[in-house]
Write a protein of this length. Structure first.
Length: 599
């Protein structure tokens, strides 16, 4: 494009016109409109050349994307949303609620939240500090802010998406205006999340265009952060190198140590990360469901453009054990059973209690639907999700391997043997030489501190897995920081997981102290929290010296008991009131010195 203008009127020199023509040839139409607004702003005296943006662009609102996560799903979605917004010409800020300075809420304009929910309706542990501020008396009024919430959860739990609902309610109470209604997503969240993101970005861009400030094309192409070739959507087929019981023959458990070969995968992990394992349903569960439905398994079904036998789809694609509210609603419609319809439409806690005691096949048998087709069955089932296991190894010590500590879940229900999908798959069907699809799930909130910093670790049962990785890493690095482990299980003789390794690390380092609790040996039951209380003075002294405190294991009982014990220790050994002790522990969390990996 060549621009012609009388020099007398333009007051530009020949050299300046040459610059203008060169620029005009190099910009896109969108960039040309941005330049037009910029020079209009200078002409109006609202901007000085080189200082600021065009007047119309200055009218644009700030955009902040905040996420709260335990397993990383909310983080991944938030990063995708931020990248998409940037590519479309917006300038979003992205922050983890664990790191976000909540007092800055008063300065925000447009806020997009992506928040996951724990099993009992709890917010992600790293985000608890933000929730306490948001729901507390110090939260500012936000009459000029707008917001939208994408809530992630699991509908098999009673408090489905509760953390996202809490953010949504509180933002409204603080006077903020919704950009869009809250969306509650089950474990198959991808399509809903994408639609929510696209709709919001479309609205924000339309508002900019209407204000005469079309978003400008990014001067530099935006590229997604480099990632491994293998991820959740494209897992790596890892070969099983070892799969052995690590408990005694008289143990009431069957905990296993599993070693997988990652050679050639390009996968890298850090201590504290998890390994995602692509689960498969067992043949027994598949046959049970097919028999209850009167189906053979050879029926062809179409799934996203591909066809396969129904039995294969049930093995690899669908959750066929745990029944969800979605399945209850679907089967209520098909069966026309009054009881099931009442459950589907009734109180969540009643429905939750029923679903806890009835797998999919149990519901099908109790409320039969003669002649049900394969497609009708699949319509109510949720996608089969990978299972995450804390890595029990450090790559600095084991190279291209990944170690897991797995206790298969087995129980009886309605007179038949049942079990955890992935844990029984690992225990019963992954022999040496077999392969299993895996990927690495980062856990940036569960990381070792600097090499000099002391560490206290509480890991009963398989919760000890990441602490084996921690000690391997510290040994490989020659880290001088002290390390104290609290380990608990049922019986000393049969359940002391990795006993020889702990004893060797005690003798030569890096393990400084080891306290154990075996609850079923004799007399009164003793758990890890009791051992902590017995060592109150020393544990508090370590905290005062800057130690980081880690907990891994079951969230329902153990993690809550350990948390309560920690507060009591600070109260007793620190000579503080209960309220002051709770504040102390909250401060540990806020400073990333108290981290939990619970399930």
């Amino acid at each position: 494009m060549t621009i012609h203008a009388p020099l007398a009127e333009s007051s530009l020199t020949i050299e300046q016109w040459q610059h203008v023509e060169a620029l005009a040839r190099s910009v896109t139409p969108v960039q040309a409109r941005w330049l037009s607004g910029y020079f209009a702003g200078i002409d109006a005296g609202l901007l000085r050349a080189g200082e600021g943006e065009p007047v119309a662009a200055a009218l644009a609102r700030t955009l902040t994307i905040l996420y709260g996560t335990e397993t990383g799903n909310a983080r991944d979605l938030a990063k995708q949303l931020a990248a998409s917004a940037t590519e479309r010409g917006l300038a979003p800020k992205l922050a983890d609620l664990a790191d976000y300075k909540a007092r800055g809420l008063k300065d925000e304009q447009d806020l997009l939240f992506i928040v996951s929910t724990g099993g009992e309706g709890d917010p992600p542990a790293p985000a608890i500090g933000f929730f306490e501020f948001l729901e507390g008396p110090r939260a500012p009024k936000l009459p000029d802010a707008r917001f939208a919430v994408l809530a992630l959860g699991d509908s098999t739990y009673e408090q489905y998406c509760e953390a996202g609902k809490r953010v949504d309610r509180r933002m409204e109470e603080l006077g903020a205006t919704r950009l869009a209604e809250r969306i509650d997503c089950d474990i198959d969240y991808e399509e809903q999340a994408a639609a929510w993101s696209d709709a919001l970005l479309d609205r924000l861009l339309a508002e900019l265009a209407a204000a005469g400030s079309p978003a400008q094309a990014s001067a530099r192409p935006v590229t997604a952060a480099a990632s491994a070739t293998h991820d959740k959507r494209n897992p790596f087929a890892a070969t099983v190198l070892e799969n052995i019981r690590i408990v005694g023959r008289h143990s009431t458990k069957e905990t296993r140590h599993v070693e997988l070969d990652l050679t050639g995968s390009g996968l890298a992990y850090q201590p504290g990360d998890a390994l995602g394992v692509a689960a498969q349903n067992g043949a027994g569960a598949i046959e049970d469901l097919l028999g209850a439905c009167g189906l053979g398994g050879s029926e062809e079904v179409a799934l996203k453009g591909a066809t396969m036998p129904l039995a294969d789809a049930l093995r690899d694609r669908f959750e066929i054990s745990t029944a969800s509210p979605r399945f209850a609603e679907q089967w209520a419609t098909l069966s026309d059973a009054a009881e099931l319809k009442a459950l589907a439409a009734g109180e969540p806690h009643v429905r939750h209690a029923f679903l806890e005691q009835h797998h999919v096949a149990d519901i099908v048998r109790r409320f039969p639907v003669p002649g049900v087709g394969a497609d009708a069955l699949l319509a109510g089932l949720r996608p089969l999700q990978p299972r995450l296991y804390s890595l029990a190894s450090s790559q600095a010590a084991v190279g291209d391997e990944a170690h897991l500590t797995v206790a298969p879940v087995r129980y009886q229900l309605h007179g038949s043997d049942r079990g955890g999908v992935a844990s029984t798959q690992i225990a019963d069907r992954l022999e040496m030489g077999a392969t299993v699809p895996v990927y690495v799930q980062e856990n940036p909130h569960f990381r070792l501190p600097g090499d000099e910093v002391p560490v206290i670790m509480v890991g009963p049962g398989t919760g000890v897995a990441p602490f084996r990785a921690f000690l391997q890493e510290r040994e490989a690095r020659g880290a001088p920081g002290r390390n104290w482990l609290f380990f608990g299980e049922r019986n000393f003789r049969s359940d002391f997981l990795y006993q020889v390794e702990w004893q060797e690390w005690l003798e030569k380092g890096p393990l400084t102290r080891l306290d154990v609790a075996f609850s079923r040996d004799a007399g009164e039951k003793v758990y890890v929290q009791h051992r902590m209380l017995e060592r109150s003075a020393d544990l508090y002294a370590w905290l005062e010296e800057g130690a980081h405190f880690y907990v891994c294991g079951n969230a329902k009982a153990m993690a809550a008991d350990v948390h309560g014990a920690l507060i009591s220790i600070v109260e007793r050994a620190g000579g503080r009131t209960r309220e002051a002790a709770e504040d102390y522990v909250r401060e540990l969390t806020a400073n990333h010195r108290y981290s939990r990996d619970v399930y």
